[in-house]
Design a protein around this ligand. Structure first.
Ligand code: GLN
Length: 236
């Protein structure tokens, strides 16, 4: 089993290192044809405008979109999540090309600029029920996006409570600060839609390998579903 990691820019080495710790080979993807040899794909965090320019330069967009449609698992972390979203809003998104496929609207740099990066313990019931371990997962948010709208087929895996102190910069900050009288305001930070997984934070920068294990299991689940839908000839 080989897992492709888009290696144009950003934290691809860190993802490959986690995969290695799980005994899985991570393959750096820089050319469209390399996608034919892998059964999973991770799109890492980094800077989505730069990544988009490099992907365009290497003519990767058609092959990436094709890969998403095959049903093979694809996971976008942070800038990778932006890449996978059908729509991106927020700072400097005008004209930015996206792979798409994930039925959601993502707000770039939702929590602010680089110095407003932060870490937080997240409750992720789905991850804990499949992988066990501690009740919470340490989320590393670096100039992170948030998911503001999700389509009907999208499962929300994790949310983060927004306070007026950690939203100072985004265009929605004003609205959120006004609404701050409602204490339970939350934004979505992890989603799953069929074969697509998106996290606004960086699991590859922690020692916790549960998100990577969870992602790898999405591949075997997809195979099981495909084989259980095959009805043998002659069987009612
Ligand atoms: N804010 C970055 C972008 O818009 C993403 C940051 C990250 O991947 N850590 O691309």
């Amino acid at each position: 089993m080989a897992v492709g990691v888009l290696a144009l820019q950003g934290s691809f080495n860190e993802h490959i290192a986690v995969l290695r710790r799980l005994g899985v080979k991570g393959v750096e993807i820089r050319k469209p044809e390399q996608l034919q040899d892998v059964s999973y794909l991770i799109i890492p965090g980094g800077e989505s405008t730069t990544m988009a320019k490099l992907a365009e330069y290497h003519n990767l967009f058609p092959a990436l979109r094709e890969f998403v449609k095959t049903g093979k698992p694809v996971w976008g972390t942070c800038a990778g999540l932006i890449f996978l979203a059908d729509k991106a809003i927020g700072q400097k998104t005008g004209g930015q090309e996206l792979v798409g496929g994930l039925d959601c609207t993502v707000h770039r740099n939702y929590f602010g600029s680089q110095i407003q990066s932060f870490e937080a313990d997240l409750l992720v019931p789905e991850l804990v029920s499949k992988e066990g371990g501690p009740e919470t997962f340490r989320g590393v948010f670096i100039r992170a996006p948030a998911v503001l709208e999700v389509g009907p087929g999208v499962d929300v895996l994790a949310e983060y409570p927004v306070s007026s102190t950690n939203v100072l910069y985004s265009s929605s900050a004003v609205q959120i600060q006004e609404e701050n009288a409602v204490p339970e305001k939350k934004v979505v930070v992890a989603v799953k839609q069929g074969n697509l997984l998106g996290t606004a934070f960086h699991p590859e920068l922690t020692a916790d390998t549960r998100w990577h294990s969870y992602f790898l299991k999405m591949g075997s689940e997809a195979q099981e579903e495909a084989s259980s839908s095959i009805v043998p000839v002659g069987v009612d």
